[in-house]
Design a protein around this ligand. Sequence first.
Ligand code: NAG
Ligand code: NAG
Ligand code: NAG
Ligand code: NAG
Ligand code: NAG
Ligand code: NAG
Ligand code: NAG
Ligand code: NAG
Ligand code: NAG
Ligand code: ZN
Length: 485
Amino acid sequence: MNVLLLLSLLIFNGIVEAATCIQHSDPLNPSKYTVSNCTSGHPSHSTQSQRHRRDELAFNGTNMFHISFSCYGTDSLSCSRAKNTFITAGEIISSVIRFQKPVTVNATFLPFCSMLDICPTDGRKVIGSAYPAVSHLMTDESDNMTRMYPQALLKQFRHLGEVPNWASFDINAKFDSDINWYFEGTGAVANQQQDFLRIVVHEYIHGLGFLNSWNNYLWNTFQQVDPNCTQFLTPMPISPPNQLQSVYDQAQDADGPQPFWGFVEYPLDKLVKINGTNQWLSKSTMQLNGWGNSNVMFASLDDMYHSWQISNYSNTAYQIYNLSIQPDSLTISNKNFGDICLETSLSPFVVGSSLSHFDNKLYDNTVDYLMVYQADPGLNMQQYVASRGGGPLGPKLLSVLQKLGYDLVLAANSTQPKLIPWQQPKNMVGTTDNPSPSVSYVAALVSTTSSSTPSQTMTVSQAVTGISTTPLSLLITMLAIVSLL
Ligand SMILES: *[C@@H]1O[C@H](CO)[C@@H](O)[C@H](O)[C@H]1NC(C)=O
Ligand SMILES: *[C@@H]1O[C@H](CO)[C@@H](O)[C@H](O)[C@H]1NC(C)=O
Ligand SMILES: *[C@@H]1O[C@H](CO)[C@@H](O)[C@H](O)[C@H]1NC(C)=O
Ligand SMILES: *[C@@H]1O[C@H](CO)[C@@H](O)[C@H](O)[C@H]1NC(C)=O
Ligand SMILES: *[C@@H]1O[C@H](CO)[C@@H](O)[C@H](O)[C@H]1NC(C)=O
Ligand SMILES: *[C@@H]1O[C@H](CO)[C@@H](O)[C@H](O)[C@H]1NC(C)=O
Ligand SMILES: *[C@@H]1O[C@H](CO)[C@@H](O)[C@H](O)[C@H]1NC(C)=O
Ligand SMILES: *[C@@H]1O[C@H](CO)[C@@H](O)[C@H](O)[C@H]1NC(C)=O
Ligand SMILES: *[C@@H]1O[C@H](CO)[C@@H](O)[C@H](O)[C@H]1NC(C)=O
Ligand SMILES: [Zn+2]
């Protein structure tokens, strides 16, 4: 039984729905996040948003992207050109998506090397990224799976019971001012220039939720105990907002107890299945969440790794890794245009490039070029549109955005699943509710797993919310566009 099924049993009548938010404050480093309790204390919010909504429905050609722009360490002409591009990119997307609520962007343009110490390495350079600033943990009633809904997407949902407490920004975006950018209206694009507009539109789409959650963070962690550990992928490991600070601190040490609370997906993952089969990626997530019932405290990283190895859950994760490096293996079904292949041609897996893009070789030369992971220099958006036809957002991409829950300008309202805020189980290990759970020992070759039991009579000595998670994770840049120099 997985944690998500446990949850639905724990909803009591008359209790204000708790809400859990995941904050990604640095778009260049999505492996770092914080989890917090973002329960709204003000139910009157919903009436306010009703009033806003009516104005926004009158939208015709209005930019629904509200940009808060900061520019540092570069000349004012570049700053104003960059700012105009952030605005134009929002107009382009607003012309094809019928946003019910505005999308708020915290955009920064600055020299990465001198101000952020992100400098070229091995002939590669990170040039910019956008990522959801906040995602809300929501349970989808159509399949009982809990997913991280990027705030920009969740805002568009028409039938949310209680309107969440919206954070001020939906998307954080950071772009490097040291790149030889091409800006609109500055003449012909030179061979070595990257079209800033194309890159910003692409990154905004990630910020709207075109993101796959499968990553190798846990594999990276396990390499500390076994450098030869076979590669595997899992969705994002999650932690509860009321995790004890002491539990977090101890987990930083491989010899300390390691909690496991389950994995969560992004909404895009729900749309993905294994090509030629009826096996959905979400099914694999559900299987993986059976590990320790998604509520277990391992005695050490070593024990955690051994439990993983001897369990059948690891096979699922190895299988998804294998698929992620075989061309044409993961698809989004599409009745109108045929299946869409995600990027699974890179081997080894590249976090941020693999899976979160359309397949490069299949779509780069088509009208759906926008979401491939490579961007050729020397071409601007007009040239792309002229040579590939269509608009910057191709029909396949639009169909995916519609399936996520965005309404398209030229289509009827999208079908949106019924979502309810994730209800945290009461006995999660290492939280204020269950501060001293029994620990699971899984020494190598001797499997003596003792199940975790709640000990709710313990006095809570320390309660901390909103602490950083992903024990022992490596810092890996995800979804940032990397350019070959
Ligand atoms: C979250 O915050 C709300 C309001 O402050 C509170 O009622 C609720 O108990 C909190 N939930 C958790 C899990 O801390
Ligand atoms: C939006 O404006 C265009 C022309 O600018 C017009 O053709 C179209 O009917 C308008 N749409 C709405 C919904 O008002
Ligand atoms: C906006 O982005 C800047 C630069 O990344 C960051 O320092 C700031 O905290 C962000 N603001 C908010 C409210 O998240
Ligand atoms: C989801 O869980 C609820 C409560 O356990 C159950 O009634 C419902 O049938 C489940 N729905 C699906 C699609 O599994
Ligand atoms: C990893 O594999 C290499 C080569 O197969 C071997 O030499 C090394 O001892 C292995 N390391 C561990 C920790 O097993
Ligand atoms: C793991 O899979 C094997 C073979 O499919 C099966 O025999 C075994 O019972 C499974 N173990 C568990 C714990 O599910
Ligand atoms: C993954 O691929 C490797 C190498 O092709 C193969 O040996 C292994 O059995 C595959 N694992 C799974 C779970 O498919
Ligand atoms: C699915 O796989 C088959 C080959 O196994 C391939 O011909 C087909 O193009 C794939 N479908 C997609 C959408 O990639
Ligand atoms: C589409 O959504 C809008 C905004 O929520 C709503 O006002 C309208 O009634 C919906 N249309 C249909 C056909 O459901
Ligand atoms: Zn991308």
